[in-house]
Design a protein around this ligand. Structure first.
Ligand code: C2E
Ligand code: MG
Ligand code: MG
Ligand code: MG
Length: 288
């Protein structure tokens, strides 16, 4: 089949379509049906309070169980869902499901939910959040919405207005993957975020390279002086944990504490991490 392109040039389309594009098309078709087929679920990864030295909540992470492809990671389908207009209903499902599941956890457990920039720009977004809170009876104080710097690429007046309306509901806003975005720091001045999530790329290098170490130190100090808490994501080693603690970071999250787990394992994680965290080596020594 040939496809007419702009400027009147003809090109053979399907034969030239490479494997990755075909895969994308296939995922797109399946994605349109995945919600009605109930193929999504939420996994939860513990958030750890470094001062209280105990678990303080969970981040909800979307999973797609594809009947043939198995588990498809969110990075592979969320951008597609954004493009084909599915992120609205999908994001709404995530908010409702996460709030319903978290309302039964001990009340000191926060719930962090990721929000895509496209979803955030939807004029109905605030209503969606309010409805999810009302339907679940989850206290807004327990909800933390994670947005990325990409929301600031759009009209910043509207973005700020939306952020203020959300905050007025009593929930908190965290800036995810902080330091990897394209924007300037000026939005930090214009909007009082509650939390900065230091991107895992800086965390990974903070114990190795001088540059990353300096960035981490600067972000924590910036957060502190602006009245925002800081969380380090992607903590995989005891060395990284000790470093973040020593730097005064408030919270930590990563495979060292726990991989994201299905909701059925949330209660066990709370029991495991509510009286502190024993690094694997110490655990082994205690068991032996
Ligand atoms: P994110 O919000 O920055 O989430 C953190 C990602 O890092 C998660 O990947 C998590 O599994 C992974 N991670 C956690 N600890 C470690 C660690 O110690 N080392 C390493 N290397 N990785 C770690 P995941 O679950 O694949 O999610 C990827 C991204 O997809 C998320 O990044 C978020 O941007 C997006 N996402 C996930 N769930 C949702 C959702 O419900 N809605 C939207 N809009 N986006 C979502
Ligand atoms: Mg996140
Ligand atoms: Mg992140
Ligand atoms: Mg990320």
């Amino acid at each position: 089949r040939a496809k007419m392109e702009g400027r009147g040039t003809w090109r053979f389309f399907e034969p030239a379509m490479d494997a990755s594009l075909q895969r994308r098309r296939a995922i797109e078709l399946d994605l349109r049906e995945a919600m009605s087929k109930d193929e999504f679920s939420l996994f939860y990864q513990p958030l750890y309070d470094l001062h209280l030295d105990r678990i303080c909540g969970f981040e909800a992470l979307l999973r797609w169980h594809h009947p043939k492809r198995g588990l498809v990671p969110p990075d592979q389908f969320i951008p597609i869902a954004e493009e084909i207009g599915l992120i609205g209903p999908l994001g709404e499902w995530v908010l409702h499901r996460a709030c319903e599941q978290a309302v039964g956890w001990p009340s000191e457990m926060k719930l962090a939910v990721n929000v895509s920039a496209v979803q955030f720009r939807d004029p109905d977004f605030i209503d969606v959040v309010v409805n999810a809170l009302e339907a679940s009876k989850l206290s807004p104080r327990r909800l933390e919405l994670e947005i990325t710097e990409s929301v600031f690429l759009a009209n910043s007046n509207e973005t700020l207005a939306t952020l203020h309306k959300l905050k007025a509901q009593g929930l908190r806003i965290a800036l995810d993957d902080f330091g990897t975005g394209y924007s300037s720091l000026s939005y930090l001045r214009s909007f009082p975020f509650d939390k900065l999530k230091i991107d895992k790329s800086f965390v990974r290098d903070a114990t190795a390279t001088h540059g990353s170490k300096s960035i981490v130190r600067a972000v924590i100090s910036l957060g502190r002086s602006l009245g925002m808490t800081t969380i380090a994501e992607g903590i995989e080693t005891v060395e990284q944990l000790d470093h973040m603690r020593a730097e005064g970071c408030n919270e930590a999250q990563g495979f060292l504490f726990s991989h994201p787990v299905p909701v059925t394992e949330v209660a066990a994680k709370i029991l495991e991490l509510r009286n502190g965290f024993k690094p694997p080596a110490v655990k082994k020594a205690m068991a032996g």
